[in-house]
Ligand binder design. Structure first.
Ligand code: MN
Length: 154
């Protein structure tokens, strides 16, 4: 039944009647090996709940924006940049990304990184780092060795 309130879980972190989408349009921002599924969006809620999955060694875009993210790691492990710090993350960890904090998620070389991410439905567009932002981030050694901006991607 297409209007059932229940969409059953399927193998491989899929759900009934949830399309697996590209993370972003190709070429719109640097990222690697990320898919997006919108689990809840539209309807009465003022938020959206998405599931992103980063394949082993892949990464999300290095970005910031006025809206916040509430994240729960659901699958695998990796690391994330939030602000000026890099953190190890694994299943069921919770990650808060505050407004205007630079952030990027990377999967481990040998494991995917799947995470739930809640956002406001009405939200500003992500900003990408400019040369000055990158210079400031790269002055922090652990951040410099972590971030991927597209130029340095294989
Ligand atoms: Mn973001």
């Amino acid at each position: 039944m297409d209007d059932s309130p229940v969409r059953k879980a399927l193998p491989g972190f899929r759900w009934e009647r949830v399309e697996r989408l590209r993370y972003k349009a190709e070429g719109s921002a640097p990222f690697r090996a990320v898919t997006r599924q919108v689990l809840f969006g539209g309807g009465e809620l003022r938020s959206e709940w998405r599931y992103f999955e980063v394949a082993p060694d892949g990464h999300s875009t290095l970005e910031r924006h006025e809206h916040a993210h509430a994240v729960m790691i659901l699958r695998g492990r990796g690391r994330c940049l939030v602000g000026a710090r890099v953190h190890d993350v694994s299943e069921h960890d919770l990650v808060e990304v505050p407004p205007l904090a630079w952030h990027q998620f990377r999967a481990a070389p040998d494991a995917p990184l799947g995470f739930l991410c809640m956002v406001d439905r009405e939200r500003d567009r992500p900003q990408l780092p400019g040369p000055d932002d990158l210079a400031a981030l790269r002055r922090i050694p652990e951040v410099a060795s972590f971030i991927r901006t597209g130029d340095d991607d294989a």
